[in-house]
Design a protein around this ligand. Structure first.
Ligand code: PMP
Length: 403
């Protein structure tokens, strides 16, 4: 959206003498000025450690941090602020859940259903836990169009299935999974569901109560907020049953040398000084998204994706990876027999930032029999003009690398 570009100072930078075209939004989004100002203002005017202080600044910082939690709660429509656990990002959220859930609920051999399209951060944490307890990962395959094979998903349940942990949206292909159906099927087997929402929340209005999802993880930096912040949402009844993740300050009610009793939710899972300035900037990013409106963002991004897909196919020699009808604004592709890395380097020399490689989803690359893709991913501030320049530049890249 042209009118919003002014909010993002970095978009007027040049790279290699060319105006920056930033199409690496699935990796991280740029930040609006209001978010950066919130960080600066936080350090200039509101910096004091939270929760334990009686003095003015500490109380103000505590209030801002807990306000931020309520903002997140409202954003995903959680039932209670105590269900919002601040983490360093999606990765830490999934690790937190993998570790504590394994402790609480995996006794004999447990099976966890994941999928071939998962980001490594929804595979490796489970593998790490399988070094402590007997855990078998069962992966839902993907179809040629890059969708979850739902018949296979249904067939993966057994009496040992303890959790389903799936991406809401694929970071490589943009596929929006049918999470409603995924959750219904899992719940029919009495199995809770964790959704990795890292790529969903920036593009789709998520309502955790309406979805009836049990756990939901996402990152601030992919939705115009600061890095090093994220969320694990969990239903209160389930979070109550999990042991703490890390020990330290904040997460305790009382400590003696022999024994500790733990704090209430959500603090039980938040050991140590949190990023209380990051949380307020994160909340500002969510307010910013609300001020523009999810519907407007989604409609704009859908149009960008439709336009870019058409233009790309018209170029010829393109293989799109992920052709689901229901996609978020992410476009992965291969161009002739050009190595994605070479294309990425050349695009960079024209000021265009895309991501190349396996996108931390090597099992998906294996399923498609490829090493990597070129990925262009869009955000609310991208424009059709930028896509035109991108396509023109790709035509040049094609000529240069494949004369
Ligand atoms: N899951 C998905 C689907 C992602 O795209 C990413 C980030 N690329 C992550 C998890 C990890 O997020 P973070 O690095 O912010 O923890």
């Amino acid at each position: 959206m042209e009118s919003e570009r002014i909010h993002f100072p970095i978009l007027s930078e040049t790279v290699n003498g060319k105006p920056l075209i930033y199409f690496d939004n699935a990796a991280t989004t740029q930040k609006p000025k209001c978010v950066v100002d919130k960080i600066i203002d936080g350090y200039y005017r509101q910096n004091a450690n939270i929760h334990r202080g009686v003095h003015f600044l500490s109380r103000a910082a505590t209030e801002a941090h807990e306000d931020a939690r309520r903002q997140v709660q409202q954003f995903i429509n959680a039932g209670s602020a105590c269900e919002i656990i601040f983490t360093r990002g999606t990765t830490e959220a999934i690790n937190l859940l993998a570790s504590t859930y394994t402790d609480a609920f995996f006794h004999d051999e447990a099976e966890v259903i994941i999928s071939v399209m998962e980001h490594h951060s929804n595979i490796v944490p489970w593998q790490l836990q399988s070094e402590r307890k007997r855990i078998k990962l069962r992966a839902v395959p993907v179809t040629a169009a890059g969708e979850l094979d739902m018949a296979a998903y249904r067939s993966l349940f057994s009496e040992r299935t303890r959790l389903v942990s799936l991406a809401h949206v694929s970071n490589v292909m943009g596929t929006v999974n049918n999470v409603r159906e995924i959750i219904e099927i899992a719940h029919a087997h009495n199995v809770p569901v964790l959704l990795d929402g890292a790529q969903a929340v920036p593009h789709i209005k998520v309502d955790v109560q309406e979805l009836d999802v049990d756990f939901y993880a996402f990152s601030s930096h992919k939705i115009y907020g600061p890095t090093g912040m994220g969320v694990l949402y969990g239903k209160e009844t389930l979070l109550e049953q999990l042991p703490p993740y890390q020990g330290g300050g904040e997460m305790i009610a009382s400590v003696s040398i022999e024994k500790t009793s733990y704090n209430e939710l959500p603090f039980k899972f938040e050991a140590g000084t949190p990023d209380f300035i990051g949380s307020t900037a994160f909340a500002e990013a969510l307010r910013y998204v609300n001020s523009i409106g999810h519907e407007r963002i989604a409609a704009h991004e859908a149009e960008l994706l439709r336009y870019a897909t058409g233009q790309l196919l018209a170029l010829g020699g393109v293989r799109i990876i992920g052709e689901s009808k229901n996609k978020a604004a992410t476009l992965s592709f291969l161009l002739d027999n050009i190595h994605p890395y070479d294309a990425g380097m050349l695009l960079d020399s024209y000021g265009i930032a895309v991501r190349t490689g396996h996108h931390c989803a090597q099992p998906l690359m294996q399923a498609f029999g490829i090493d990597g893709t070129i990925r262009a991913s869009f955000a609310l501030y991208n424009t059709k003009d930028e896509i035109d320049t991108f396509i023109k530049t790709l035509a040049t890249v094609k000529k240069m690398l494949n004369p």
